[in-house]
Design a protein around this ligand. Structure first.
Ligand code: PLP
Length: 343
């Protein structure tokens, strides 16, 4: 049977033979006692890569974001983020449920909001009857906007504003590797403007699981405590951390290939009558498009029947994500399937 072309997400990648070998050979110990040498090595390596004092391996990007927010805030605090931020749209309401905090949403353009937009939202420190503004959160690349990159100058301006008002900065860098691969700006340069960062090993980098939270030592000490409290303490998890280490050492540079595949896909799709692609948003490995003639549900059903798996983004939008387990040839086949459906 012909294999489906799976463009639903870059999370669908499976560990390669070399990655599995690294996992098989991993030395392990009890990570709750901090005795897993492979996890310890991964955390040290990731902290260096991100230019932070310390890092902690956590099971997921959601946990990475939510623990970070929990440690940076107190109940009743407010976090400013973009209206389509993952922490708002896709993390099951956990800022409220787990940390007792509220989100203040900024209407960004292509996922990017500016310091000028944020400043009026910062609540006066004297206003005891209001939530206390505590954190500015930035997502880079921005998933729901279509993998868009937040420009470094904009991040600098946000961080200067944050400093002026004594706010903390958190980066949801689930796909910071893609931003860095595209712009050539090192991840540490992006991370420099943030107090905390969460980034994923299990998206474009191809590990089966895992994220890294990085920041100052004192912050990571608290992250370690909360990870345990929330049931995220893991034991001989070096077997998985080995995959993360393999991903960091081998799979960052190749993200450029995913970006090229997304460009090609977007260009080809945009030529099909009835399909509209917002080309300005195609900056990394995500392509968002709309279709005339079919509802999103019908289009997804038809593409699935033809062996092409796609996902959704905002309401009315279809999402295709390129990754290491889809070849350029399969991208060509995906275009042919869409052409067939639209013809
Ligand atoms: C921007 C962003 N942040 C966080 C996450 C959460 O990652 P996880 O699925 O590992 O919880 C995702 C997942 O798609 C994401 O796209």
């Amino acid at each position: 049977m012909k294999k489906n072309i799976d463009l639903r997400s870059d999370t669908v990648t499976k560990p390669s033979a070399e990655m599995r070998k690294a996992m098989y050979e991993a030395e392990v110990g009890d990570d709750v006692y901090k005795e897993d040498p492979t996890v310890n090595a991964l955390e040290k390596y990731a902290a260096e890569l991100l230019g932070k004092e310390a890092a902690l391996y956590v099971p997921s990007g959601t946990m990475g974001n939510q623990i970070s927010l929990n440690v940076l805030t107190s109940p009743g605090d407010e976090v400013i983020c973009e209206k389509d931020a993952h922490i708002f749209q896709y993390e099951s309401g956990s800022p409220a449920a787990l940390s007792g905090i509220q989100l203040s949403l900024v209407d960004g353009i292509k996922g990017v909001f500016t310091a000028e937009q944020v400043e009026p939202l910062i609540r006066p420190a004297s206003a005891y009857y209001m939530a206390r503004t505590k954190v500015i959160e930035v997502e880079n690349t921005h998933n729901r906007a279509g993998g868009t990159i937040n420009p470094l100058d904009n991040i600098k301006a946000l961080s200067e504003l944050g400093r002026k008002y004594n706010l903390l900065m958190h980066l949801d860098g689930a796909r910071i590797w893609n931003a860095s691969a595209k712009t050539g700006i090192p991840v540490a340069e992006y991370a420099k403007y943030f107090d905390s960062i969460s980034c994923c090993l299990s998206k474009g980098l191809g590990a089966p699981i895992g994220s890294i939270v990085a920041g100052p030592k004192d912050f990571i000490k608290e992250v370690y405590r909360i990870r345990k409290a929330w049931g995220g303490g893991m034991r001989q998890v070096g077997i998985l951390a080995a995959a993360g280490m393999y991903a960091l050492k081998n799979n960052i540079d190749r993200l450029k290939e995913d970006h090229d595949k997304a460009d090609n896909l977007a260009i080809s799709l945009s030529k099909i009558p009835g399909i509209t692609v917002d080309m300005e948003c195609v900056q990394t490995n995500i392509v968002m498009f709309t279709v005339l003639k079919f509802s999103v549900e019908d289009f997804l059903k038809k593409s699935r029947e033809n062996g092409l798996l796609l996902g959704t983004g905002k309401v009315g939008v279809i999402r295709a994500v390129t990754h290491m387990d889809v070849s350029s040839e399969e991208i060509g086949d995906a275009v042919k399937i869409v052409e067939l459906i639209m013809s």
